[in-house]
Design a protein around this ligand. Structure first.
Ligand code: SF4
Length: 366
């Protein structure tokens, strides 16, 4: 990447190692290997050195499973990252339930990581086994009890739409989840992607009506339990929104380092190589997308309408010279209460959040 002219406020670090693979997962990941992870962190540290004079408002270490790293590698990564924190920085790390322990938690605390995101997915042992997840229901309670000694800001991921599960299990999962009282909840519907074990097993997703029913139930349930639905799949309590993910949804700039990571800076989107051998040899850029004003406008609309903050008509007019209000599809969506206008802010009506992508297509294809 050439020298950056703008001033991105968010940093994403990708750690592509996992100790076992979940059967639904198509992320960029490799089986954990100590030698390769040493070499990988060496490369990451070379990249991070280029940003040694930056300060970020949010730092997010995702994966893969960042906590699959051994203490030596975790320590040398965190030691560098903690110096890149701006005051009040939201500093997040992802983990599985199985890969977190008290020693790693105290290391995270030492380097002032202040948010943790844990993949619970389900409390049902049968579901967990089918998905190829190592933890069991009892482990979730034990680990979260431990995590709470070190973290106040905790996200838990939950999965729905599993064809091998039952409605009553989803309801019980949700009850158990809110009892743990996390500050943030992310929900994901099971999608059978190619290159996953579920795809090879010929597993089929549940039908759209059933999926929609489950989504509506989750939204209602979490709202009733004090969680604000601020993005299609995300809920939070006590204003503990994911500030890092809001960077993406507000179409603000960010740097992404590590295998397959993306950056958005200076009107360009970059993707790093997803090939480990090339990455370890020092190759980086895999794809570059040059963005014109029209593309940036479309990203702004597409991402902004995912959230309860929506998009700003004045901002659009000022930055992209587009008067959205004159657009015929805009008028039609507004008339049918599919989008809501409050002053110059536009949001998707909560009833249509689930089909937000269709609303965006309609709005942009005037
Ligand atoms: S732990 Fe996360 S990244 Fe690793 S295989 Fe499971 S879902 Fe994928």
């Amino acid at each position: 990447m050439t020298k950056i002219r703008s001033n991105p406020q968010s940093l994403y670090i990708h750690i592509p190692f996992c100790k076992t693979f979940c059967k639904y997962c198509d992320f960029c990941k490799y089986f954990y290997d100590e030698k390769i992870s040493n070499l990988y962190i060496n490369q990451l540290l070379i990249d991070l050195d280029k940003y040694k004079n930056y300060k970020f408002k949010t730092i997010y270490i995702g994966g893969g499973t960042p906590t699959s790293l051994n203490l030596y590698n975790l320590n040398r990564l965190l030691k560098v990252l903690t110096k890149l924190r701006k005051n009040g920085c939201e500093f997040t790390i992802e983990s599985t339930i199985s890969d977190i322990d008290e020693v790693k938690l105290s290391l995270l605390k030492k380097y002032r990581v202040n948010r943790i995101s844990l993949g619970v997915q389900s409390f049902d042992n049968h579901n967990l086994t089918i998905m190829g997840i190592r933890h069991k229901e009892e482990d979730i309670y034990n680990k979260i009890k431990l995590v709470k000694k070190y973290f106040k800001n905790i996200n838990l991921d939950l999965m729905y739409g599993m064809p091998f599960s039952k409605e009553k299990i989803l309801k019980s999962d949700l009850n158990k989840l809110v009892k743990l009282n996390p500050t943030h909840i992310s929900i994901y519907s099971l999608i059978i992607e190619e290159n996953t074990k579920f795809y090879l097993m010929n597993l089929k997703t549940i039908n759209d009506d059933e999926l929609r029913k489950q989504y509506d139930y989750i939204v209602k349930f979490l709202n009733k339990n004090g969680y604000k639905h601020y993005e299609i799949s995300n809920f939070s309590k006590c204003n503990k929104y994911s500030r890092h993910n809001l960077t993406y949804w507000k179409n603000n700039e960010y740097i992404g380092l590590g295998l397959g990571a993306s950056s958005y800076v200076d009107k360009q989107r970059f993707k790093m190589t997803p090939n480990m051998i090339k990455y370890l040899k020092g190759e980086r850029i895999f794809e570059v997308e040059n963005l014109y004003n029209k593309d940036i406008f479309e990203y702004y609309v597409m991402l902004g309408l995912r959230t309860k903050y929506g998009i700003d008509l004045n901002y659009i007019k000022k930055n992209y010279g587009i008067n959205l209000i004159k657009n015929n599809s805009f008028k039609e969506l507004l008339k049918n209460n599919i989008i809501i206008k409050k002053g110059h802010k536009i949001t998707v009506s909560p009833d249509y959040f689930y089909v937000q992508d269709e609303v965006v297509i309609k709005l942009l294809n005037n």
